[in-house]
Design a protein around this ligand. Sequence first.
Ligand SMILES: NC(=O)c1ccc[n+]([C@@H]2O[C@H](COP(=O)([O-])OP(=O)(O)OC[C@H]3O[C@@H](n4cnc5c(N)ncnc54)[C@H](OP(=O)(O)O)[C@@H]3O)[C@@H](O)[C@H]2O)c1
Length: 212
Amino acid sequence: MVGTTIATKLVSLGHEVVMGSRSASNDKSAAWLAGLSANADKASAGTFADAATFGELLFNCTSGGASLAALNLAGTDNIAGKILIDIANPLDFSQGMPPRLSISNDSSLGEQIQAAFPKTKVVKTLNTLSCELMVEPSKLAGAHTIFMSGDDAEAKATVERTILREAFGWADVIDLGDISTARGTEMFLPLWVRTWAALGTADFNIHVVRAK
Ligand SMILES: NC(=O)c1ccc[n+]([C@@H]2O[C@H](COP(=O)([O-])OP(=O)(O)OC[C@H]3O[C@@H](n4cnc5c(N)ncnc54)[C@H](OP(=O)(O)O)[C@@H]3O)[C@@H](O)[C@H]2O)c1
């Protein structure tokens, strides 16, 4: 869901996108390709390794509990030196709803990915709201906030400018600091899930209001 939403938006803007998966002949990827209208010639699908090899900029939109496995399939060497935008949350649905966090407090999925792949520049962002709002923040009236975490300042600046502001239209971006600050945005998910249940819609976000 997240992968196809991000990919559709990027393809519509004229970027070339390879959708990765565990299997090159994946039904969901095929359905995504078949449903594209604008710039469909810019889109293709393959394995996680195919996507990692092709992409200048990578997105991790995999299930949080499987992200390390998926990135291992992508290949350590294929993702080395590249920016990886990590959108995954470590949600554990094994005991039903609401999900638990499988990683929390003194670690985060973002940190675990950065530690496992030290040559990759992990930037955690966009994980605090629904995928429709990630790529279309103007769906909500007024200002609202997106967070960013990562150890590499240049990588964060690139993600903020090219993806968050220029491609998706975010105006209020808060750089929280190094990748350990991903603990905060990942631990926001229990509140996000309860707010979603209370409002009956995923069309909401938080706005950090500063003093004038
Ligand atoms: N849904 C939202 O609006 C939203 C918002 C914020 C953050 N997120 C986070 O974004 C991520 C993606 O969410 P989603 O709902 O789009 O998809 P999802 O169902 O959580 O994950 C699907 C992806 O995970 C891969 N995957 C699943 N099990 C795997 C395994 N054992 N080994 C390797 N890869 C595996 C799948 O690969 P295959 O293609 O091979 O099946 C597919 O790429 C999640 O971490 C979620 O918490 C979601």
